[in-house]
Every structure is written in structure tokens, then in C-alpha cells.
Design a protein around this ligand. Structure first.
Ligand SMILES: O=P(O)(O)OC[C@H]1O[C@H](O)[C@H](O)[C@@H](O)[C@@H]1O
Length: 441
């Protein structure tokens, strides 16, 4: 089976050595056992652990049928959601899509909303959708998150005005909790097709539920292959996951507080955004946790490269290296050679990129930045499925090694409480009074 692979050789020898990594192996194995037996912190949120192998062909067929029905009617399908209800689908679609898909004709374009509170963002989206055939996938585990609720209120209204309430109901799909939350009530009342986010799967671990699968299917990608890849990784278990989890924890203990996830393929930009939420929300608590950062290379080598090479030595790098590009572009020969590029004439662009990648890894290691390497054979559904499960499992293992609950996110509520207090939300009267006093209002 071809699969993703992890190599920590270039992370060893300067800041940490193999013994320090090996010393964490028993903790990693104990962590994996805790996950398996459900005896660790946050054990009511372990539904993701055997999720891939529990997905049935019938379930995937049903999602594909819903996707097909939306595709048959809609030029645009707006996926409304934020955080874990957005980043997984965005990451996979961007990794698989034509870089210029937005400017090329397509049966159906998948757009995203409800992931910000930008008035102009919503204005521009509404402007685009005026008079167009569109549908909505509204996703919220809690069913009460402010950003997607605002976007859904606006777009639902617009869709009903454009096609009538009955037709609109056939173009709206809700993905939410089985019982709780405003979205569940609304979907039941309006008769929308719905999918359930299982109680025991947290948002940032939910990409392989309909949260990610439905938008990915609407965008035209093979969700069966995606799940197949995840199942392979679920069954393969072990070594690569332990290598990643133990190496990053050893680096953290040696003072490397920032992990920089880098790619040499712009299609992976949002994969890093998904990874940032997965690791940031899982590990950043109790005043602990590696800070998850990301760069797109070679682009950011021309902006962040100086800092990475030569700045404060608190970072290490994890490179996601893609084996094969999907297409072939060769650099042409030029008789005049005014740009001096004939030394690479006849070479594939990806060959140059790979030399940039190797040169960068060597330079950064020389500069004191330990380097972890994750190789992915190609940007295809199956390997993305492997990569998703790999990072999820390694995150659970890592979180337990760090001795935090990797499955909650209590810190996220602080800004929400202040925002609701400032907006005078009913139920927040005492907080409103307190925050206004603090602001001298
Ligand atoms: O799916 P929802 O309930 O709308 O939540 C969306 C996101 O918002 C939150 O504030 C959480 O921090 C995230 O973990 C979650 O993924």
C-alpha cells in the first residue's frame, strides 16, 4: 500500500537526540491505549477514533445522492460554518481543486460563508448570488454559533425570495447535533434534509462526518476514496503517528514552542489552517501547548524566510512534501537566454520546486531549525484521508503526552461572553453591566 510517511532524522542531533524521542515512546503508547480504552481526559469525545471504519457504503451513497441533487439544481452551493464546521471541507476541496477553479466554468461552485462577520464579505456574496441558482449547506454542531447563524439568516431569506419557500427547503441541507441547538429546531420545522454530527465527535475532528463529506462531494470529489485512505491509516496505526507525536513533544520540552507546518504546494494552504485548529484547540490550554503556525513555500521564503533561518530559535519545522504533481509543465529552452534560465530548460517545474524544498530543509537545519518530514505520494483523496486521520490520532496521542484534555476548548468562550455582553444578548445582563462598567460606559 502506498502511503504517507514520516521521517524525523533531520529533527535529531542539535536540539534533541534519538534517546529523548525514544524516552517518550512509552508515554505515547500509554496515550494510544488510553484513547483505545477510553480512559483518558475528554473520553466522551472519542467518536473520531474508529469513525472511518464505521462508515458504511450506504451512508456514503446517501451523501453522494444529496450532493448530486444539489449539483443538479445549483450553480453555487454555499457551505455555511466556522472552525471545525468549515476548515476540513475547505482544506480538502482546496487540496484537490484546480487553483483557478473560481474563474473557470464548473457545474457547481462550492463557496464558504459564516466563517467571519465581514459585512462586505456578505454583501459581495449576496451580490454574486442575485438571480443565480444556489443552495445552502448549513453546518453547526452546537447549532447556535453566531457567525454561521447570521450568514444563514441572510441567505435563507434571499433563497426563499428567489425560488419560494417550498423549493428553498429542497436546496437547504442542515448538518447539526441530533437533538440540541437552534439549527436542529429550525431544520425540523422547515423540513430540511439533515445529517447528524455525532455527540462524541468534536468539531475539529469532524471532517470525516457529513460536516466535511457533503461539501466535498458537492465539489465533485471522491469521498469513498477519502474515507478509504482514513480507514487504511486507522488500521495501520502506530509507528509514524508515534514518531510525529514523540518528536514534537521532545522538541517542545527542549524549548521549541512553535511548530511551523510548511508546504511547497499552494493547494495545501487550507490544510494547514485545518491543522492549526486541530492542534491549537487541542493542546493550547492550562498555559501549555505548542503554538501551531504555518507557511506556504516558496512564497513565504521571500517574506518569512529571514526569520526562520536566523531569528529566535524557538521553532521547529514540519514539511509536508507532495511526491508527484497532478500535471506536467516543462520549462522551455530560449535561444537568447536573456533571463539566464537555460540551466533549467527542459526540466519540470516540480523538479525545481523539489530542489528548493531540499535546499530549504538543509538550510533551515543548518540554521538550527529541527526538521520533520511528512511525505504524501500525491494530492489525491486517498492520501488526504490518510493524512487527516494521521494528524487526528497523533493529536490525541500528543495531547495526552502533554497531559491536557485534547478534546475540549473552554478558552474559546471568553470572547463570546464579552461579545454577547456588548451586544446586550438576553441572558447576559450581569455581564453587560460589568463590561460596560469596565469600559467606563
Ligand atoms: O459547529 P459549531 O458548533 O458552530 O462550532 C464551530 C466552532 O466554533 C467554536 O467556537 C469552537 O471553538 C470550535 O471548536 C468549533 O469548531
Amino acid at each position: 500500500m502506498s502511503k504517507i510517511q514520516v521521517n524525523n532524522t533531520a529533527a535529531l542531533g542539535q536540539v534533541i537526540d534519538q534517546e529523548q524521542v525514544a524516552a517518550l515512546r512509552p508515554a505515547a503508547e500509554a496515550a494510544a491505549l488510553k484513547l483505545e480504552q477510553g480512559t483518558g481526559l475528554g473520553n466522551d469525545f472519542l467518536g473520531w477514533l474508529h469513525l472511518p471504519s464505521s462508515i458504511t457504503p450506504d451512508f456514503l451513497n446517501d451523501i453522494e445522492a444529496t450532493a448530486q441533487s444539489l449539483r443538479s439544481k445549483c450553480q453555487y452551493v454555499v457551505t455555511i460554518g466556522i472552525g471545525g464546521s468549515y476548515l476540513g471541507a475547505k482544506a480538502v476541496i482546496e487540496a484537490l481543486a484546480d487553483n483557478f477553479a473560481a474563474y473557470k466554468p464548473a457545474t457547481t461552485h462550492v463557496l464558504f460563508a459564516g466563517n467571519n462577520i465581514g459585512e462586505d464579505y456578505l454583501y459581495d456574496l449576496i451580490d454574486l448570488l442575485k438571480g443565480k441558482q444556489f443552495g445552502i449547506i448549513v453546518i453547526s454542531k452546537s447549532g447556535t454559533t453566531t457567525e454561521p447563524s447570521i450568514a444563514f439568516r441572510l441567505l435563507k431569506d434571499m433563497l426563499e425570495q428567489q425560488v419560494g419557500k417550498a423549493e428553498a427547503a429542497t436546496r437547504i441541507v442542515a448538518v447539526t447535533d441530533a437533538r440540541r441547538g437552534a439549527l436542529r429546531g429550525l431544520a425540523t420545522q422547515e423540513g430540511y434534509k439533515t445529517y447528524v454530527i455525532p455527540d462524541n465527535v468534536g468539531g475539529r475532528f469532524s471532517v470525516l462526518t457529513p460536516v466535511g463529506l457533503l461539501p466535498i462531494a458537492v465539489a465533485g470529489y471522491d469521498i469513498k476514496a477519502l474515507v478509504e485512505g482514513a480507514v487504511e491509516m486507522e488500521k495501520a496505526g502506530g509507528d509514524d503517528i508515534f514518531t510525529y507525536a514523540t518528536t514534537r513533544n521532545a522538541l517542545y520540552r527542549a524549548g521549541r514552542k512553535i511548530e511551523l507546518l510548511v508546504n511547497f504546494n499552494p493547494k495545501l494552504h487550507y490544510f494547514a489552517e485545518w491543522w492549526k485548529q486541530l492542534y491549537g484547540e487541542s493542546e493550547g490550554k492550562d498555559h501549555k501547548g505548542i503554538f501551531p503556525a504555518a507557511c506556504d513555500f516558496t512564497t513565504d521564503l521571500h517574506s518569512m524566510g529571514q526569520w526562520i533561518q536566523d531569528g529566535e530559535r524557538t521553532i521547529y519545522e514540519t514539511v509536508i512534501s507532495v511526491g508527484e504533481p497532478a500535471h506536467s509543465v516543462v520549462i522551455p529552452d530560449d535561444k537568447a537566454n536573456l533571463d539566464g534560465l537555460n540551466f533549467i530548460a527542459g526540466k519540470h517545474v516540480d523538479y525545481v520546486n523539489k530542489m528548493a524544498e531540499l535546499g530549504t530543509r538543509l538550510a533551515h537545519v543548518d540554521g538550527g531549525v529541527p526538521n520533520l518530514l511528512i511525505t504524501v505520494p500525491a494530492l489525491k483523496e486517498k492520501y488526504l484521508g490518510q493524512l487527516i486521520y494521521f494528524f487526528e490520532k497523533a493529536c490525541g496521542v500528543s495531547g495526552y503526552i502533554l497531559d491536557v484534555n485534547p478534546f475540549n476548548q473552554p478558552g474559546v468562550e471568553a470572547y463570546k461572553k464579552n461579545m454577547f455582553a456588548l451586544l446586550d444578548k438576553p441572558g447576559y445582563e450581569a455581564e453587560s453591566k460589568a463590561i460596560k462598567a469596565k469600559l467606563g460606559k
